[in-house]
Design a protein around this ligand. Structure first.
Ligand SMILES: C[S@@+](CC[C@H](N)C(=O)[O-])C[C@H]1O[C@@H](n2cnc3c(N)ncnc32)[C@H](O)[C@@H]1O
Length: 445
C-alpha cells in the first residue's frame, strides 16, 4: 500500500496533466480527483497543482534540460509528476528528502514503476548540481507566461507589463463582501476579530474586507447566514457603481455564479427588481444557491444575452450589468490554468462576442439608463477596444466617467474610455469597467 504522501503527489500530477495535456480547467480537474482524497490531503494537492501551473514554463525548461528525450505521449503524467517534484524542491518548505522519496514512490502509484528511476535521477541531479539557481533561458520561463501573452501585455501595458506578470504569479488574498443589507463592513470586521480572524477594510470599496490569512468559509462567522460572501474587492466595484443612481429594474446579463447579482440584491433594498440571466443552466444553479444563502431573490432566466428576443418581456431596464465572458487575464493569480488554456486567437473571438452582446443588450436600456460593461481582462482588445468601438457606432451612447467613489481614483487607471484595475493593485484582481449612459433624446424627454 502506497503512502498518503505518494498518493497525494500522484493525484497532484494527474490534476496538472489533465490541465496541461487534457485542456481541462483546474477547477474541473481538481473536482474530479479530490474526492479520492481525505480532506486533510486536499490542501496539499491544491498547493502543488496551483504552484506547478503557476511556474509551468520555468519547471518545463528545467525538465527539458534534465531528461535526455521527452516522455512518450502515454507517459505525460510522469512529466507532470517531475514538475511536481521540482516544484517541491524550489518553492515549498517540504524537506528535500521527503519531496524526492514521495515523488519517486508516486510514479509507482501512477503504475509507471519503470519511470520511478528517471524521476529519482532527475530530482537528485537537480539538487546536486544546484540547478534551481540557473537563470531561466527563455522569456516564457522567466515570467512563467506563454510568449503570446507576454507580448500582448508588453504591447498594452508597456510600463506595467512586468508588474502585471509578477502579480499574476503571486498568491491572491481572500476578500469578503459584507452584506450591506445586514450591517457594514466594520461590524463584520469586529465579528471576525472576535473569532480570531484578522481583516482590513479598503478605502473606496465600502463592503470589502481583506483577510490577513485565507480561511475555510465554514470558519467565517456570518458566511452560512449570508452576512458575508467571498468576492474580490475589484469585483465589488460593479455593484456600488451600478447602484449609484438607485435603479429599480436591473438586468445582470451574464450572472453566473452570482457574485455580482448577490451584491446588487444586497444593495437594492425593498422593491428592487433584478433579472439574473446566464446561458449556462448548470452555472445558474450556483446563482440560485448564492441568492438563497443571502436570503434575497432575483428572477433567474436561462438565455443567450446576444438574443434578447428569446427571453426579454419588452419592459426596459433602468440599468444593465454586462459582466462579459472574457479571457480572464485579470484573474490569473486565482486561475493559473488560464495561462495554459487560453490561445492568442481567443482574444479576437472574445472581443467580437463581447461587442455582439453589448449591441444586443443596448436596446433593452431605457433612455437615461446606464449599462456597466465589465471584464476581468487586462487586454485592451476586450476592454476599451469593445467599449470604444461601441461608443463610436452608437450615437445614443456616451460614457459616464464619474467613479462611484472618489477614494478609488488612485487604484483605477483611466483608459481612452473606461477604467482598469491592474492585478495586485491594493491586493485586488484585474478588472475593467466602462459605464455607458443612454442619452435622452428630445422625443423621449
Ligand atoms: C465573467 S462570468 C460572470 C460572473 C458573474 N457576473 C459573477 O459576478 O458571479 C461570465 C458569464 O457569462 C456567461 N455567458 C457567456 N456567454 C453568454 C451569453 N451569450 N449569454 C448569457 N451568458 C453568457 C457564462 O456562462 C458566465 O457565467
Amino acid at each position: 500500500m502506497a503512502s498518503t504522501g505518494a498518493r497525494t503527489r500522484a493525484v497532484a500530477a494527474e490534476v496538472v496533466d489533465a490541465v496541461v495535456s487534457g485542456g481541462k480547467s483546474l477547477d474541473a480537474a481538481l473536482a474530479a480527483r479530490e474526492a479520492q482524497l481525505a480532506p486533510a490531503d486536499r490542501s496539499l494537492v491544491r498547493m502543488l497543482a496551483f504552484g506547478v501551473l503557476r511556474h509551468h514554463w520555468r519547471l518545463q525548461e528545467s525538465i527539458d534540460a534534465l531528461v535526455t528525450r521527452p516522455f512518450r505521449a502515454r507517459d505525460r503524467v510522469i512529466n507532470a509528476l517531475l514538475a511536481v517534484g521540482l516544484y517541491q524542491l524550489t518553492d515549498t518548505r517540504i524537506p528535500d528528502h521527503a519531496a524526492v522519496s514521495q515523488t519517486v514512490e508516486a510514479a509507482r502509484v501512477l503504475r509507471r514503476p519503470k519511470l520511478a528511476g528517471v524521476i529519482n535521477a532527475c530530482l537528485r541531479r537537480y539538487r546536486r548540481e544546484h540547478l534551481a539557481a540557473a537563470e531561466p533561458r527563455s522569456e516564457a520561463a522567466r515570467w512563467n507566461h506563454p510568449d503570446w501573452l507576454i507580448a500582448k501585455l508588453r504591447e498594452d501595458w508597456p510600463a506595467d507589463a512586468e508588474a502585471i506578470l509578477a502579480a499574476n504569479n503571486a498568491q491572491a488574498p481572500m476578500w469578503l463582501r459584507a452584506n450591506a443589507a445586514r450591517g457594514d463592513a466594520a461590524a463584520c470586521r469586529d465579528r471576525l476579530a472576535a473569532a480570531g480572524i484578522a481583516a482590513d477594510l479598503l478605502d473606496g470599496v465600502p463592503d470589502a474586507l481583506r483577510l490577513a490569512e485565507p480561511h475555510a468559509v465554514t470558519d467565517l462567522p456570518g458566511f452560512a447566514d449570508g452576512a458575508l460572501s467571498v468576492q474580490d474587492a475589484a469585483a465589488q466595484i460593479a455593484g456600488r457603481w451600478l447602484m449609484a443612481h438607485a435603479p429599480r429594474r436591473v438586468l445582470d446579463a451574464c450572472a453566473a455564479p452570482g457574485g455580482k447579482s448577490g451584491h446588487l440584491l444586497e444593495l437594492g433594498g425593498a422593491g428592487f427588481d433584478l433579472t439574473a440571466l446566464d446561458h449556462d443552466a448548470v452555472r445558474l444553479e450556483r446563482v440560485r444557491e448564492n441568492h438563497e444563502r443571502i436570503g434575497l431573490d432575483a428572477t433567474i432566466v436561462c438565455g443567450d444575452a446576444s438574443k434578447p428576443g428569446e427571453w426579454w418581456d419588452k419592459e426596459p431596464f433602468d440599468a444593465i450589468l454586462l459582466d462579459a465572458p472574457c479571457s480572464a487575464t485579470g484573474v490569473i493569480r486565482r486561475h493559473p490554468d488560464i495561462k495554459l488554456l487560453r490561445r492568442a486567437d481567443d482574444i479576437d473571438e472574445l472581443s467580437a462576442l463581447q461587442g455582439r452582446i453589448l449591441a444586443a443588450l443596448w436596446p433593452l436600456l431605457r433612455p437615461g439608463g446606464r449599462l456597466l460593461y465589465a471584464t476581468c481582462s487586462v487586454l485592451a482588445a476586450e476592454n476599451e477596444g469593445v467599449a470604444g468601438r461601441f461608443l463610436e457606432s452608437e450615437s445614443a451612447a456616451e460614457e459616464d466617467a464619474v467613479l462611484p467613489n472618489n477614494n478609488i481614483r488612485d487604484v483605477m487607471r483611466r483608459k481612452a474610455c473606461g477604467y482598469q484595475v491592474l492585478p495586485g493593485t491594493a491586493g485586488m484582481d484585474g478588472f475593467y469597467y466602462a459605464c455607458l449612459v443612454k442619452k435622452v433624446s428630445r422625443s423621449t424627454r
